[in-house]
Ligand binder design. Structure first.
Ligand code: KIV
Ligand code: ZN
Length: 526
């Protein structure tokens, strides 16, 4: 059976989704999970785009890209290849190499557009100049490594004969992977499959490279187009967790992997992905980016495995396969288990966290145990989902500048909502009160008075974690400070407290984020 290489670009194309930017710590955490998931290649970022992204890719290359199987990586390449993106410009490729070279299997991915519309209006070059640049830059990258991927951007809208000419030339120049992007999500499955087949027929040296595909979802066809390409010989698929990505996103990793697995006989290919890690990966990416997963999303949505119609429920009770083509447990969805209560000890907590895939240091466990006890005192049962929320909230502790010391709000019909908030910064305690439209608004106004910052609250969402009236509320906010976006999350059984914690987490990120130098970043320029 042939192997399809799963190339994950959540940390590069996924991160380009509006409001989904991740800092170095977030990226590292996602990269560790992608390694556990068993993807073959992690595209960790676009190193020339900013010093922060360069540092993040380098750190991932030197840690996740060097770790051994004993650290829990999946069955994919061990460790995964770490790839960086670069325009077809020598400086981009040099920076990319410097960022990825610490990995055991580094890869340079370089691209230039080949459609006339891009060549003429964006690049202001000729076809010949683009061809020469593509060949020159693949050769430049080959001076560093034999693992070089080339993408003719907007391949789908490129003239076919010219595309074949470019693909043949870059393979001769040493590209070990050639990726065919549907950059604008324009193609449909039969057409895209035919394009891949036609490339196999017309490009004489195509057997010397791996043909990859990279599909965007503007018409909702990214997954179908990628699968059609696999049926026609593509052996690498570029995709993202939860289908994150520019505009309508990229092909969703979980849908690609589960389609190939569920219809194995039809595709006759396999991947190295450990499907049991899919749900955890989806949750982590959603939590870190603040991008909720729609309830009816295939494979990982909240309703993906719930059956409400009577006929379906009856069938399911008689035989699960009547209405289910996959088991929830195949993708790592378990019944939320209630094992922990206020009487549970440190060991019980540690065991449950290990089962959920979290390995905490003794210090981290101590910190979490205190917060677990406080939660267990308020709530009768602590569910797995509650623990995940506690752990993810704890991750922001390293960034703490302001912490919440005291909060009192009053609101009700015919009352002016007011909040009194006390914050700690280092050893210093400050206190302010404010009125607002409601208790959350009043709380945020009081916090603004103390931080001296007035960010725009762009997005606020609240969801209940686990079930019951005593469920934890998890709030996610996105703040905008002159174009820079900051995400914060907070959880509590009191939703006003959760709101305050989320707001402070975002403010703390804002205060600890590296300042953007004057001018635009490279990413904004392309
Ligand atoms: O969509 C696209 O064309 C890309 C390339 C850089 C591969 O993301
Ligand atoms: Zn893309």
């Amino acid at each position: 059976m042939d192997r399809v290489i799963i190339f994950d670009t959540t940390l590069r194309d996924g991160e380009q989704s509006p409001g989904c930017s991740m800092d170095g710590n977030d990226k590292l955490e996602v990269a560790k999970q992608l390694a556990r998931l068993g993807v073959d290649v992690i595209e960790a970022g676009f190193p020339i785009s900013s010093p922060g992204d360069f540092a993040a890719v380098k750190r991932i290359a030197e840690t996740v890209g060097r770790a051994g199987r004993k650290n829990g990586e999946g069955p994919g390449r061990n460790p995964p290849e770490i790839c960086g993106l670069s325009r077809a410009i020598p400086g981009d490729i040099d920076a990319c190499w410097n960022a990825v070279k610490g990995a055991r299997h580094p890869r340079i991915h370089t691209f230039i557009a080949t459609s006339d519309i891009h060549i003429k209006h964006k690049l202001k070059m000729t076809r010949q100049q683009v061809l020469d640049r593509a060949v020159g830059m693949v050769k430049h990258a080959r001076r560093y490594t034999a693992n070089v991927e080339f993408s003719p951007e907007d391949a789908v809208r490129s003239d076919f004969d010219y595309l074949c000419q470019v693909v043949t030339a870059v393979i001769d120049a040493g590209a070990s992977t050639v990726n065919i992007p549907d950059t604008v999500g324009y193609s449909i499955p039969s057409e895209f499959g035919s394009l891949i087949r036609a490339l196999y027929e017309k490009v004489p040296n195509i057997k010397k490279t791996v043909i990859s595909v990279h599909c965007h979802n503007d018409l909702g066809l990214a997954v179908s187009n990628s699968l059609s390409a696999v049926l026609n010989g593509a052996r690498q698929v570029e995709c993202t967790v939860n289908g994150l990505g520019e505009r309508a996103g990229n092909a969703s990793l979980e849908e690609i992997v589960m389609a190939l697995r569920t219809r194995r006989k039809l595709f006759n290919v396999e991947t190295g992905v450990r499907a049991g890690e899919i749900y955890r990966s989806s949750r982590l990416v959603s939590q870190i980016t603040g991008m909720a997963v729609q309830a009816n999303k295939a494979v990982v949505g909240a309703n993906a495995f719930s059956h409400s119609s009577g006929i379906h429920q009856d069938g399911m009770l008689k035989h699960p396969m009547t209405y289910e083509i996959m088991n929830p447990s195949d993708v790592g969805i378990e019944e939320s288990v209630l094992l922990l209560t206020a009487r549970s000890g440190r060991n019980g907590l540690d065991n449950r966290l290990k089962h959920l895939g979290y390995r905490l240091s003794a210090r981290e466990l101590d910190q979490l145990f205190g917060r677990f006890k406080a939660l267990a005192d308020k709530k009768k049962y602590v569910f797995d989902d509650d623990l995940v929320a506690l752990v993810s909230e704890d991750k922001s502790v390293a960034r703490t500048v302001f912490s919440l010391d005291y909060l009192n709000t009053s609101s009700g019909t015919g009352t002016i909502p007011t909040a009194t908030v006390r914050l700690k910064r280092g050893g210093k305690v400050t206190q302010e009160a404010a009125c607002g439209d409601g208790p959350v608004d009043a709380t945020y106004r009081a916090i603004d008075k103390m931080t001296g910052w007035k960010p725009v609250l762009e997005d606020y969402s609240l969801r209940a974690i686990s079930s019951g009236k005593d469920a934890l509320g998890e709030v996610t906010v996105r703040l905008d400070d002159k174009g820079r976006k900051f995400l914060g999350r907070g959880a509590s059984t009191d939703i006003i407290e959760a709101s305050a914690k989320a707001y402070l987490a975002a403010v703390n990120r804002m205060l600890t984020a590296p300042k953007k130098k004057g001018g635009k970043t490279v990413q904004e320029k392309i």
